[in-house]
Ligand binder design. Structure first.
Ligand code: GLU
Length: 467
């Protein structure tokens, strides 16, 4: 039998990195075993679910390259199916109508708490039908004896006594099916063989297994993933990494880096840190998933992003970089190719957002010289080296790095001016600031005409600022 896994997010906000790790593990398991992967949108909470959040989920999955074989299925489109199953269960006695009023249930709850008991339904309607005129909910007839035992793929054997579980409401009085019931019917209908989800759902599992048993349905395997904590060791918060996947895209991360980071957050393969998607698919199994919570570490993610910026083929990165460049409104029609930019700036930039803002001067005139740098390197005494440079650079007939380098070197020899005294004013003149890759390559990439025009601009600046 082929395996089938699913990712079942609730569309109530952005897609959190914790959810994406769940999606990734579930996806990897299906890909590792050549199975299928289903995307299911759990939108039964109509008040909190939005179309925008559904779009964010599909956009995030697409950006990460986590493709699905079926779906997205929407639970709100399947209410007829859930209700017909509930009706069948009412007919064959697996479920029953409960007419207890809110007032009665509340009084029951208060009394149980006062006695130090766990609040639970007291089965008042289980065997007797009361107040038939009143509207009712439907409850699942949970077994009263024995226990539910299942083997969690990560945590091992889990046993919950049925006496702990009360009769779960599966249909509300307004006729809508409840969350746990929808999940069960979906997992059954979609023939899910492995349920991979967060440990916050572990308490739902025995209830869901009981319903599946009542329907004589196969029980999938379950794997509940541990929490991701923030770098401060507390619940993941916005300050410590709980940001949306799309925020990582906007901040200039590569999907490869984020996936690599997330796969290692709770899974390992010896001491290996770098995994391509293909390697993840080959190596991923449940055995090596950690039971303990993992802490989010932004530094490590940044390190991985830098690694991928320098190790993926620049042609692949160019597509992502181009997105950032457009977002920053840089017109690249006149200047180097993005592949050149990536090769040139890869070492200095940890994110593509940074790279996009850094590369602007290769394409467009900068607005003004950085004030501190200009004060330091565009002084009256820098005029002479800049003038010599302008002349010598204008004489280069074949504009290449070697010839530029030679010109710079010759000037230092013939004029006795130190390399730094030439390099820094030139750098400020052509980039507007004090940082760039090696000056010969920078000047080469900016182009001959542009370089000369910018030196003229710097000379003019020296004149006007030093009258
Ligand atoms: N919709 C649930 C959530 O977003 C997942 C439920 C499940 O995987 O069974 O947490």
């Amino acid at each position: 039998m082929k395996i089938k896994t699913r990712f079942a997010p609730s569309p109530t906000g952005y897609l959190h990195v914790g959810s994406v790790r769940t999606a990734l593990y579930s996806w990897l398991l299906s890909r590792h075993l050549d199975g299928k992967f289903v995307l299911r949108i759990e939108d039964t909470d109509k008040k909190r679910s939005t179309q925008e959040a559904i779009d964010i989920i599909t956009d995030s999955m697409n950006w990460l390259g986590l493709d699905w074989n079926e779906g997205p299925y929407l639970q709100t489109k399947r209410f007829d199916r859930y209700n017909s199953m509930i009706n069948q269960m009412l007919e064959n006695g697996k479920a029953y109508r409960c007419y207890c009023s809110k007032k009665r249930l509340e009084a029951l709850r208060i009394a149980q708490i006062a006695k130090g008991e766990k609040p639970r339904y007291d089965n008042y309607c289980r065997n007797n039908q009361h107040n038939l005129e009143q509207c009712s909910v439907v409850r699942f007839r949970n077994p009263q004896e024995g226990s539910v035992i299942f083997k969690d793929e990560i945590r091992g054997l889990i046993k919950v006594s049925n006496s702990e579980l009360d009769d779960l409401i599966i249909r509300r009085s307004d006729g809508s099916p409840t969350y746990n019931f929808c999940v069960v019917i979906d997992d059954l209908d979609m023939e899910i063989t492995h349920v991979v989800r967060g440990e916050d759902h572990i308490n739902n599992t025995p209830r869901q297994i009981n319903i599946l048993n009542a329907l004589k349905a196969p029980i999938p395997k379950y794997a509940h993933l541990s929490m991701i904590l923030g770098s401060d060791g507390k619940k993941l918060s916005k300050r410590h990494g709980a940001i949306s996947v799309m925020q990582y895209r906007d901040d200039g991360y590569l999907p490869e880096a984020l996936l690599n980071y997330l796969v290692r957050l709770g899974w390992s393969h010896n001491d290996q840190e770098i995994f391509s998607l293909e390697q993840m698919k080959t190596l991923f199994t449940f055995n090596a998933i950690s039971k303990s919570a993992s802490a989010f570490n932004n530094e490590k993610l940044l390190w991985l992003n830098h690694y991928y910026i320098n190790h993926l083929p620049p042609e692949n990165i160019a597509t992502y970089l181009s997105w950032h460049i457009k977002k920053q409104g840089i017109n690249t029609s006149n200047g180097p190719s993005l592949v050149e930019i990536i090769k040139l700036l890869g070492k200095r930039c940890k994110t593509l957002k940074e790279m996009a803002s850094f590369c602007r001067y290769f394409y467009e005139e900068f607005k003004e010289f950085d004030a501190d740098m200009a004060k330091k390197y565009l002084r009256p005494l820098d005029r002479k080296p800049l003038e010599i440079l302008r002349t010598k650079l204008s004489l280069i007939s074949e504009w290449n790095v070697e010839n530029i380098h030679q010109v710079l070197k010759n000037i230092t020899i013939t004029s006795g001016i130190g390399m730094r005294q030439i390099m820094m004013p030139l750098r400020v003149a052509v980039t507007g600031g004090g940082q760039s890759p090696s000056i010969d390559i920078t000047v080469y990439t900016i182009g001959q005409q542009r370089t000369l025009t910018r030196i003229d601009r710097a000379l003019k600046f020296i004149t006007t600022h030093n009258i």
